[in-house]
Design a protein around this ligand. Sequence first.
Ligand code: F6P
Length: 501
Amino acid sequence: MSPSEAPNSTDFAFVVVSNRLPVDRVTDPDGNSTWTRSPGGLVTALEPVMRDADGAWVGWAGQADLEIEPFENDGIHIVPVALSEHDIANFYEGFSNDTLWPLYHDVIASPGFHREWWESYVLVNQRFADATAAVSAQGAVVWVQDYQLQLVPRMLREARPDLTIGFFNHIPFPPYGIYSQLPWRTQIIDGLLGADVIGFQRVADAGNFSRAVRRLTGYTTKNPAIEVAVPGQPTRRVVARAFPISIDAQSFEALAREPRIQERAKEIREGLGNPRTVMLGVDRLDYTKGIGHRLKAFGELLAEGRVDVEDITLVQVASPSRERVAAYMQLRDEVELTVGRINGDFGTISHQAISYHHHGYPRDEMVALYLAADILLVTALRDGMNLVAKEYAASRFDDDGVLILSEFTGASDELKRALLVNPHDIDGLKDTILQAIAMPRRERMARMRSLRKRVLENDVARWSSNFLQTLEQARVGRYDRIAPIELPDELEWTVDRRWAP
Ligand code: F6P
């Protein structure tokens, strides 16, 4: 449906708000535009909820200065929020991706603290809040997504106290010693506390958040609820706990079972010269992903003759991301220089050491790559979850393949039978790669079965229904029915206690 045919209804009982809309605008050479649904797990999970509950989705269409009226797309009411070039530079590339992103990922890159970026963040968050308030029915449930929109819960509560508001943070929440560097640390906490339920990926993130609340506001926390006591107002409760996100696991498995995808996996191996081992890395080209660490480990193994280029190829998919942010430009140069050097030093006419791809691929091709790969290498230095690890497990219906997984990913809390690594320990990483190459089939299968069980049982539909059920309990005041943040022994080490009061 074109924007001019959009319905006038402005009354939605369930509203999702995210920086990016779940649809992409595609313009053909004649200038005609259509919308295609982005294949992400979030939209797949929320689609049934959207249809049942009369849902709307508020977000940015991904291009500058697109002023578009709300429209319907495949059963979802889409409410575009326009961003100007100035907003993109200051709110999106600046405060979201050059302040919050590095700060929340252990300051792997240095965050920039600029007042004009913060001002833009406030203004754009207000625009999202206004657009949401305008389409939400009386008593609607609103679910705000991610770090770009942390002020929206408070802004919405002020405009519309009748709403039930959830927030989910898809990236880590840092320990207080790091978080406290943010000049606007109290405003962000206050923004988030406008929600009824705040979800995090890991138990550690929820713990870090609760500690930041105690340090900055003095509110008491009665796990899992924070008591927000503002003088002259009744005390409100805000639930903060972990809801580890997942993927649409069944659809990955279903694709992997298709003969055409298996055929394509074979072709991929043949195209690589049929090496004994195909090792795969799949990441947005981001400095949090530890791509340099894995290249270093692989390069050293080749240099030391512990692996032979005739026997092993590393396929690295590095999808373009945030290309106008300086740290990302620099990363691209470093990665591509290193790949070129390793290929120059070790490649032969028939075998490349690294098959490097600076593209995104459609899901079909990704699943074929997962099936073609004997080893998936995830070496993130910090990652909220890492859904690639889960996609690999979901796709391996043959129970084969080895997952090497950084212990600094959210996924490592769940995927315990992966080979867990500290990517900073290059020698340890090299030994783990050799262990994966030599792993007997029986052990590979036992480990993969356990990973698959976890991923298939805890899929993204379960994630969204757990979150929304908790939001409903909060709405009706049944806090006794909400499980507290649990700290089982094996998780305890992930909570940063250095800054605990
Ligand atoms: O989960 C982190 C996240 O920033 C999402 O919010 C976003 O959709 C994705 O990574 C890709 O980032 P971007 O929208 O900046 O391209």
